[in-house]
Design a protein. Structure first.
Length: 116
């Protein structure tokens, strides 16, 4: 794997293997390798079409996935006629209730909670 000025390393010194968001980030085209408490990530691959179905595996990864999804939908990196669906959104609500999605709506983001 190459790492010339373009990749970054995140290390979680408190919890080992707290990286469930990485699987979802790869669905959006990021190159990520995990090793215990280390996450090595590279620039986004431009040639991969992002997946529209993502999962919130827990509170922290759910918020990370939500913020990255908002970034994609609200920049030119995503066709704005499409939507990104975050399954298991109740993981985010478990930690933040409706506060997070209400605050994001105040900033103009279109966040809709659909109960499955």
């Amino acid at each position: 794997w190459y790492c010339l000025f373009v990749c970054k390393i995140l290390i979680d010194y408190i919890y080992d293997k707290r990286n469930t968001q990485c699987k979802e980030f790869t669905k959006l085209g990021y190159e990520i390798i995990t090793d215990g408490n280390k996450i090595l990530y590279n620039r986004k691959k431009q040639d991969k079409k992002p997946c529209k179905d993502l999962f919130a595996h827990d509170i922290r990864s759910g918020v990370a996935v939500l913020l990255l999804a908002l970034y994609y939908v609200n920049t030119n990196q995503w066709n704005k006629n499409n939507e990104i669906i975050i399954h298991q959104y109740e993981q985010i609500q478990r930690g933040y209730g409706n506060l997070l999605h209400l605050k994001l709506s105040e900033f103009g983001f279109d966040v809709r909670v659909i109960h499955e």
